[in-house]
Design a protein around this ligand. Structure first.
Ligand code: CA
Length: 228
């Protein structure tokens, strides 16, 4: 089953896309803006993203930039902008294909199939080094090490697991529920006090000013976000 995320603020077009894709046995999620799109990519891990560039809350190009680095899902841009400069910007940012509106549904479906084939054929990423640096600390995701001011920072396995999830989704809100489920298990999905305690510990170890964190950010009532 191929899961497609449709990012489109034009409700009529979004509905037409969802109906056509579902009729071809795709599993479809829809997002009317960039923020929702990024949350859904993290939560649902779609195999393919159809992305409008003119979104109400952010430019589609910035959605691509935010995605790349942690999502390999092919991005097919659907845009009314027909200038080659817009296409180049989208492709440079990490889009895989570009279609100018209006487009035919048959062509869209053909390009979707082609992109899905390409993904299946390409090998999984082989990271030889995955180091994320901030102005205060450096995280080596492969070696599972954190360094700060030329010293190793000791993290507990739970602290490391939390940090790893956040760092793997830079700039993206990761929900409390998802963090609790991944680190502690599904029966802990409501224990937000666990997160408060462990995030406070991580901040004490990593932030220059733990009371005013700049890298491990709280989105009150929703979740947490890592900013490099
Ligand atoms: Ca639009």
């Amino acid at each position: 089953m191929t899961r497609v995320l449709v990012v489109e603020d034009d409700a009529q077009l979004a509905r037409a896309l969802v109906i056509n894709l579902q009729a071809r046995q795709y599993t479809v999620d829809a997002a009317p803006d960039g923020g929702t799109a990024l949350r859904l990519v993290a939560a649902e891990q779609p195999d393919m993203i159809l992305l409008d560039l003119g979104l109400p809350d952010m430019d589609g190009i910035d959605v691509i930039k935010a995605l790349r680095g942690w999502s390999r899902a092919p991005v097919l841009v659907l845009s009314a902008r027909s200038g080659s400069e817009d296409k180049i910007r989208a492709l440079d940012a990490g889009a895989d294909d570009y279609m100018t509106k209006p487009f035919s549904m048959d062509e869209l479906l053909a390009r979707l199939r082609a992109a899905t084939r390409r993904t299946r054929e390409s090998p999984p990423p082989t990271h030889t080094a995955m180091v994320v640096s901030t102005d205060v600390f450096t995280i080596d995701l492969l070696a599972k090490k954190v360094r700060r001011a030329d010293r190793d920072v000791r993290l507990t396995p739970t602290e490391w697991h939390l940090l790893e999830i956040l760092v793997n989704h830079p700039g993206v809100l990761v929900s409390q529920r998802r963090l609790l489920t991944e680190v502690w298990g599904p029966s802990y999905s409501g224990k937000t006090n666990y997160l408060r305690v462990y995030m406070a510990q991580l901040r004490r170890k990593l932030e220059a000013d733990p009371a005013h964190p700049r890298h491990l950010i709280t989105e009150p009532g929703m979740g947490y976000r890592f900013e490099a």
